[in-house]
Design a protein around this ligand. Structure first.
Ligand code: ADP
Ligand code: ZN
Length: 624
């Protein structure tokens, strides 16, 4: 590709086919193109790639040579480079998937100045051989830029920590004067400080975007039968859509994937315990095929840039808001409506608490973990705007969003203070009377005045709180218990049964119980409502990008998709790399009759127009 005097804007329009920069992209691109260092914090889907791809193209045209992109995601490099080829950009990758000769050819192209962007894994970058190549380029002034993607991998705090990222500090010393750009979607202060320190970015300009993802609808439902709820959610609201379902354990992942398959859903499992080829195969299918639901542990997701993931569902609660936000952020990168759905129940509180208690961490660290869990529990129990709370957690002020469950359908709230006090005093009395411990079910029986064998056996029908909570349903009392546990006003204590040796959790009062018992703390709870069913009206397409199209445009959209899928197969690339759904929908709607008319559509750059323009027009002509 040759420009007389390429500017960031002309590259954006000509090469990528987009009208305008998004958010802070322009400022970042200009700063880096001019040779400045930068640290970019942008949410998933914010458009980080263009922040280094455009400077790479412009700087190369200015005679500065090649941009090196450091990425930990070997499995995804092929598609990233493929997407650049589709846009007419000279790109390549070097990683362990290449044979010796292929790698040599890439090295040769690098040395002879034919590559605009080279993707490498950090462990490859720091090998003497590769550093030797870089030294030679540097000596000739042919190193344009280092882009360090997923830069949070340098931080030991996150679960993505990669020790090799620590060695990237050498870039600063060895290649002084070559601009460096570090990018991440991880927002917290601790990680940011680690990146600045670990990558020597003290003098870099920081670009921090809003972390809001307005197109994602957040919903947290009360867990009853997680699988049935998940199935209903997918069948009623996301039939045929691509999505990710996160579950806690490998066993649960496999079980859920299998059950979904049995219900006719195109579901695949992904977790670190699967053989590498199965894992890679499933990821490949998720990226290539339409409408795959990936059921996964947290091992899945980093760097997956599939833009049309329509939902992320959690059937188990993650361990903190950072994880929740990162995982849900994988939905809707294309900016079209997407949902983050989570089923949450008493068992999640118990399990997550137990995992921390039984973990190997030091006590001080456990206190941090508990604090982080509590913040997520508060979000799950919230009766006001979820997004406002999420953003507040990341230090961003905002108003009610209008696109979360609580905004769309404000929950009826009931005052559970009385129920909470009665519950706590029942726990106190039951345990005062005998040294034995009792589970939640028995406590509720006493409170509701149930005449059970166990109640009679222990004489609990004689307690002053027996039956004082008869007006509450079991569901209501469970909700009270969950919230008391979530806020720490009730604790769990592990006991071993004398008879069976079975370990179980029993409820105990905590210091914070007193405030509730003394009426100093109000307990507000959401009314448990039957899940509102939102079904797609009959006859509307499953594809959100195309849902506003008329019948003729619909037909064109379907034909365009069929054509795209052929091209993608032939190029061994995911369909979205050829054209996004949104681009196909715009073509279908505008029905352009000439190359010139086609050119104005967002997502069609010069190379794609040249490569596919005539074919697209032919598909449209056939669809008349
Ligand atoms: P991130 O890496 O921050 O998650 P990407 O770089 O993958 O985000 O971009 C997300 C999506 O948004 C991509 O599909 C990309 O093509 C699109 N995109 C990025 N910048 C723009 C822009 N200025 N105009 C239109 N689409 C854009
Ligand atoms: Zn809201």
């Amino acid at each position: 590709m040759c420009f007389l005097s390429p500017t960031p804007r002309s590259v954006l329009q000509e090469v990528f086919g987009y009208d305008s920069f998004r958010g802070p992209q322009q400022a970042i691109v200009e700063h880096v193109t001019a040779g400045g260092d930068a640290l970019v914090l942008m949410p998933t889907g914010g458009g980080k790639s263009l922040c280094y791809q455009i400077p790479a193209i412009v700087r190369q045209q200015q005679g500065h040579g090649c941009t090196i992109v450091v990425s930990p995601l070997i499995a995804l490099m092929h598609d990233q480079v493929g997407a650049l080829h589709e846009a007419g950009v000279e790109a390549a990758f070097l990683n362990s998937s290449l044979g010796y000769e292929q790698a040599q050819e890439v090295e040769w192209r690098l040395q002879s100045g034919q590559i605009t962007l080279l993707y490498v894994a950090p462990e490859r970058l720091v090998t003497p051989r590769f550093l030797g190549l870089l030294d030679a380029l540097y000596a000739q002034g042919q190193l344009a830029l280092f882009a360090i993607d997923e830069a949070h991998c340098v931080s030991q705090w996150g679960h993505d920590f990669r020790p090799e990222y620590r060695q990237l500090a050498l870039l600063h010393e060895r290649y002084a004067g070559v601009p460096r750009l570090a990018l991440t979607a991880t927002a917290d202060d601790l990680t940011r400080a680690d990146m600045v320190q670990g990558l020597h970015l003290q003098n870099a300009q920081q670009f921090i975007s809003s972390f809001d993802r307005p197109n994602i609808r957040y919903r947290i439902v009360e867990k009853k039968d997680a699988f049935a709820q998940l199935l209903r959610f997918i069948q009623h609201e996301h039939a045929g859509d691509a999505g990710v379902v996160y579950a806690q354990s490998r066993r649960r992942v496999e079980e859920l994937a299998e059950k979904l398959q049995r219900e006719g859903i195109h579901a695949l499992p992904y977790h670190a315990g699967l053989p590498p080829d199965v894992r890679a195969g499933n990821q490949h299918r998720f990226l290539r095929e339409e409408g795959v639901v990936m059921v996964a542990t947290i091992a899945f997701g980093m760097g997956i840039d599939k833009p049309d993931v329509r939902f992320v569902a959690h059937v188990d609660m993650p361990k903190n808001i950072e994880s929740y936000y990162q995982e849900t952020g994988r939905a809707g990168r294309d900016g079209l409506p997407a949902q983050a759905w989570m089923a949450y129940g008493l068992s999640d509180v118990v399990n997550q608490r137990r995992m921390i208690d039984e973990g190997e961490a030091e006590e001080a660290f456990k206190t941090v973990l508990r604090g982080k869990l509590d913040a997520l529990l508060t979000l799950a129990e919230a009766t006001d705007c979820r997004r406002q709370r999420l953003l507040a957690y990341f230090g961003e002020a905002s108003g009610p969003c209008g696109n979360c469950d609580n905004c769309l359908q404000p929950p009826a709230v009931w005052d559970g203070t009385d129920a909470a006090r009665k519950l706590l005093s029942t726990i106190y009395r039951v345990h005062q009377k005998s040294a034995l411990t009792f589970g939640a079910g028995h406590i509720m029986d006493v409170l509701r005045g149930k005449d059970s064998d166990k109640v009679r056996q222990y004489g609990h029908d004689g307690l002053s709180t027996f039956g004082v909570g008869a007006q509450y349903s079991e569901a209501q009392l469970r909700a009270v218990m969950r919230q008391l546990l979530a806020t720490g006003a009730l604790g769990l204590h592990k006991v071993t049964s004398d008879n069976s040796g079975h370990v179980f959790d029993t409820l105990v009062l905590t210091d914070a119980s007193r405030a509730v018992l003394q009426g100093q703390m109000q307990v507000l709870l959401r009314e448990s409502v039957a899940a509102a069913r939102t079904r797609r009206p009959k006859g509307t397409p499953a594809n959100v990008a195309a849902q506003d199209l008329g019948p003729d445009a619909q037909a064109r959209f379907i034909n365009l998709k069929a054509w795209r899928s052929e091209v993608a197969k032939a190029h061994d690339l995911p369909a979205y790399v050829i054209f996004h759904d949104a681009t196909l929908a715009a073509i279908a709607e505008q029905n352009p009759q000439s190359l010139q008319a086609l050119q104005g559509i967002s997502g069609i750059g010069a190379k794609k127009l040249e490569a596919y323009g005539a074919e697209v027009l032919a598909v449209l002509a056939r669809s008349q």
